[in-house]
Design a protein around this ligand. Sequence first.
Ligand code: UTP
Length: 270
Amino acid sequence: MNVDVAVIPAAGRGTRMRPATRVVPKALLTVVDRPAIQYAVEEAARAGATEAVIVVDLEVGHLIQQHFLVEDRLPGLEGMRIRPVVQEEPLGLGHAVYEAREMVRDRPFFCLLADNIVPPGHDVLGSLVEAADGDASVMCLRRLDDEYLSRYGVVVPGGPERDGILELAGAVEKPGVDEAPSRLGLIGRYLFQPEIFDILGETEPGVGGEIQLTDAIDELARMGRVRGYVADRDLLDVGTPLGLLEASVELGLARYGDDFRRVLEEVLSR
Ligand code: UTP
């Protein structure tokens, strides 16, 4: 299967990063030397995508567009076509993905949440394509600790796990520890077949009054069309202040090595 397009939802409110996000979109917050969303576009390019559909909000979304479309193209992204699409109201992640339907049309597509960055050397999109084995949708998963079961979508396994791949029978958004059907959580990287758009078009608001991507995944999984791929590492979540700090340190070490290690040691010894 050839996947040439990536949808990157970046129209959320980013309330957990206030006051940084009062004006600047969360996706443009700097991690080391570039905005968070640039890592997602670079990751999609490494997996062979040549088109990134970025879902932006009405008010400040044009700033994201400008970052990619100012005159000189960003190194490494010369072959990438950037196509913004506006989500007029933040009605939920499922709604944001649905807004990309006219640009994606009948192609399979990657979906990458802009506020999750893959750790260096742990790309997963290629593994999602392999796990699809033809024409399934594939969700990237991680085993979650108790506290995260009320923050993430959690899947219903539909069969045994072999080499990190399993069939899925459903998914529940933020079930909490008592209701969780498993410990396997959806972590922000997906390979969807275009049939997800038909389901999203019919999905009613769910948890928090938002149109939940997890509810559409649940529907598709009940049809036997979804697999899971268990990743070997968590993504870095830059949607909270501590997460942004952790990502900055990990990516800073990857970029500056011993120079930055010395800085950290110096700070820690104060
Ligand atoms: P989050 O759950 O992190 O929500 O969205 P948020 O609104 O951005 O942040 P908080 O909770 O207020 O701090 C996950 C991803 O989905 C996108 C976000 O931009 C983020 O990449 N999203 C969410 C949309 O594009 N539109 C929405 O309506 C909701």
